[in-house]
Design a protein around this ligand. Structure first.
Ligand SMILES: Cc1ncc(COP(=O)(O)O)c(C=O)c1O
Length: 391
């Protein structure tokens, strides 16, 4: 049939989501670095042989109790005190975003986002019919004073108040910024005063290169306004497709009821329990952080050489780097031209909920090796100079 009557949300069919050009250097995706993907043969064999009835069965809706307990122990290291009942196992953090939207967001509801923000979460929210209240960031993260002014104005005008705020407080995607402690505290106060919940997406927290860690919002939350998303994607393997939501038990059970797959894969869950309990995960995180730090350094150095007039703030952790091009130089044009030179980067446009300033680029340094990063940025430099020459 050639004329399907698609739902509106399915009308757009982006091509970069499916394919990378042959031979292209991939700097536009937070894929894991292949040499660091863990070999879980032992854990998988143990699960298959010793726990057949568990791992070949449907998984429990909330996740395996052993994994929920292991997650509780993992986040306790960050000062988050929670019980098994607070934890829902999901198929990754993005799944948690989707479930939170299913539970909290009606079409037309407002969601507060930083501008820019994590593009894929924004896409999920659009699918749920959310409209956005975009709040700028500075070096301390989401600007809570701007948020407060906007909330005051909405309330004074009797407008629909936002129900949900989404942010990435540590090593933000795309900007790499970490939110300060005072902003974290203020955000929680505002959530309590204005009655919205905070969805804290924190996949990069343990991928730290330098600097002191700041407590997660969930560790500062005494009233249950924060729902914390976690994932093994950035610290172990995205292929395992496992993450979690931590929050008030009744609300996370509602999220569980919204799952369409019935429960995350118990086989993958048992492997992760084993990795968490045996300390292999902790060791793996150290390897990833050390490698990502090297990648960041190579990329920052190469950008200084190839795009000397771009503003780059080296992130202290995470997978992503954000660059501001001189005003009037189009990030989109540079990204498009870069594909012709065999390197893929993201235009900043994809990360802005509404008005795109036009002159930003997002880079991921996680997937390629150091030589590829240097070569990728060299190719980007060619594209950049061509676009500048035409501007
Ligand atoms: C901020 C943020 N959240 C979530 C994810 C993906 O999480 P998951 O693989 O657990 O769905 C990413 C991946 O790039 C990310 O940058």
């Amino acid at each position: 049939m050639s004329h399907y009557r698609y739902a509106r949300r399915a009308e757009v069919l982006g091509k970069s989501v499916f394919d990378h050009a042959p031979g292209a250097i991939i700097l536009n995706s937070g894929l894991a670095h292949p040499p660091l993907l863990p070999n879980v043969a032992r854990e998988a064999a143990r699960a298959a042989e010793e726990r057949t009835a568990e791992v070949m069965q449907y998984g429990p809706l909330m996740g395996l109790d052993d994994l929920r307990d292991a997650v509780a122990a993992f986040v306790f290291e960050d000062g988050v005190h929670c019980e098994r009942d607070n934890i829902l196992i999901t198929n990754g953090a993005k799944h948690g975003v989707d479930l939170a939207c299913r539970v909290f967001v009606e079409p037309g509801d407002r969601v507060i986002l930083s501008a820019p923000t994590y593009m894929t979460s924004m896409q999920h929210m659009r699918t749920h019919g959310a409209s956005f209240l975009a709040i700028p960031q500075d070096e301390e993260g989401l600007m809570t004073d701007v948020l407060e002014t906007k909330l005051e104005r909405l309330a004074a005008n009797g407008e629909r108040m936002p129900k949900l705020l989404f942010d990435v407080p540590d090593f933000h995607n795309p900007t790499g910024i970490t939110m300060s402690l005072r902003r974290r505290k203020r955000l929680i106060e505002l959530a309590m005063v204005y009655g919205f919940v905070i969805l804290e997406d924190d996949p990069y927290r343990r991928v730290r290169f330098e600097g002191e860690s700041i407590p997660p919002l969930k560790a500062l939350d005494e009233s249950g306004v924060v729902f914390a998303l976690g994932t093994v994607s950035k610290v172990l393997s995205p292929g395992l497709r496992l993450g979690w939501v931590i929050g008030e038990p009744n609300a996370v059970r509602r999220m569980a009821m919204q799952k369409s797959e019935g429960g995350s894969c118990p086989f993958a869950q048992r492997i992760v329990v084993d990795l968490m309990r045996s300390n292999r995960m902790a060791e793996h995180i150290d390897l990833i952080a050390a490698k990502m730090r090297e990648h960041r350094d190579v990329m920052v150095e190469a950008l200084a050489r190839e795009l000397p007039d771009a503003v780059v703030r080296p992130p202290q952790g995470g997978y992503f780097l954000w660059a501001e091009l001189p005003e009037g130089v189009s990030g989109e044009a540079v990204a498009d031209r870069a594909v012709e030179h065999g390197v893929e980067v993201s235009s900043g446009r994809l990360s802005f909920p509404e008005d795109d300033p036009g002159n930003f680029l997002r880079f991921a340094y996680s997937y390629p090796d150091k030589n590829e990063i240097a070569e990728g940025i060299r190719r980007l430099g060619l594209a950049y100079r061509e676009v500048r020459a035409q501007a």
